[in-house]
Design a protein around this ligand. Structure first.
Ligand SMILES: C[S@@+](CC[C@H](N)C(=O)[O-])C[C@H]1O[C@@H](n2cnc3c(N)ncnc32)[C@H](O)[C@@H]1O
Length: 259
């Protein structure tokens, strides 16, 4: 696992210690390494933070139930004998680079890594980037070694990236308000201030930066966007997951090249 938490546009998050770990001699070192502020109880009520416990890092988001990192539905997706939908809709080839611009809990990044991709996972919230990076590493070190976690805003990253920097760009923003469903997997995110959905400008940059595909996850009833200057997307996915997919002209050429 490669972890880069240096680009932080969000407020500094806190690190605290559970009662059982309160004498941990390395706490200050951990906090400095993670770029967090070491605090004792009571925990700050106004911002997300992490608590170091014997079971791992616990994420605290104001208003949400504290939670340890968990694999969510990837547990089932890994055990299923069917190839994972994400790998299929990207027609993923071994060792291709996928930019996952909305890392979140890293569930999709884990499935992409297990399907053979190398993943650059961007997460704008440093507490979540740290939580996910360490959670993934503890559960699935093989997949985690193929995932680089960077704390960055995908809008800035994509605008600054050169053309054809990665093979695929994948974006899974929070669903529109009222269309979020009941999933407990992403419960803490619903208590954080909403971030903007993906804009047309970001999609245009994504299409420039991707050598093969741009994939945008859609809410069940959401129409696919069709920004000016971009080809119309295809609607792809499975019964439960819906995506808008843009295929680059270069990808077509690659597919028809002789092996
Ligand atoms: C719906 S969750 C993604 C879930 C993820 N696909 C998974 O498998 O766990 C959206 C995540 O994207 C992050 N995010 C939203 N906008 C972002 C941006 N502009 N740059 C980077 N991360 C962003 C949010 O903080 C949140 O963690």
């Amino acid at each position: 696992m490669c972890l880069s938490l240096t680009t932080m546009s969000e407020p500094v998050f806190y690190l605290s210690l559970s009662r059982a770990r309160r004498h941990a001699p390395d706490a200050a070192l951990w906090a400095a390494w993670l770029g967090a502020e070491l605090v004792s109880r009571p925990l700050p009520p106004d911002r997300p933070g992490l608590v170091l416990t014997h079971a791992g890092l616990r994420l605290h988001v104001p208003g949400a139930k504290p939670t340890l990192w968990h694999p969510g539905l990837t547990h089932r997706r890994v055990r299923s004998r069917q190839p994972d939908t994400l790998g299929l809709v990207l027609a993923l080839r071994p060792d291709e680079w996928v930019l996952d611009g909305t890392l979140g809990m890293g569930h999709d990044a884990r499935m992409l890594a297990r399907a053979g991709a190398r993943v650059l996972g961007l997460e704008v919230r440093p507490a979540i980037a740290t939580f996910t990076a360490l959670g993934l590493h503890g559960l699935d070190p093989g997949a985690a070694r193929r995932i680089t976690v960077q704390c960055a805003d995908h809008r800035t990253w994509l605008a600054a990236a050169p053309d054809d920097a990665v093979d695929h760009v994948y974006l899974d923003p929070m669903f529109p308000e009222g269309d979020e469903g009941e999933s407990t997997n992403l419960a803490p995110f619903r208590h954080l201030p909403r971030l903007p959905r993906v804009s047309a400008a970001t999609l245009r940059h994504a299409l420039r930066v991707a050598r093969r595909h741009v994939l945008l996850k859609l809410a069940p009833s959401e129409p696919a966007p069709h920004p000016e200057g971009m080809p119309p997307p295809e609607l792809v996915g499975s019964k439960r997951q819906f995506y808008a997919r843009w295929t680059t002209p270069a990808s077509g050429a690659l597919q028809s090249d002789p092996p």
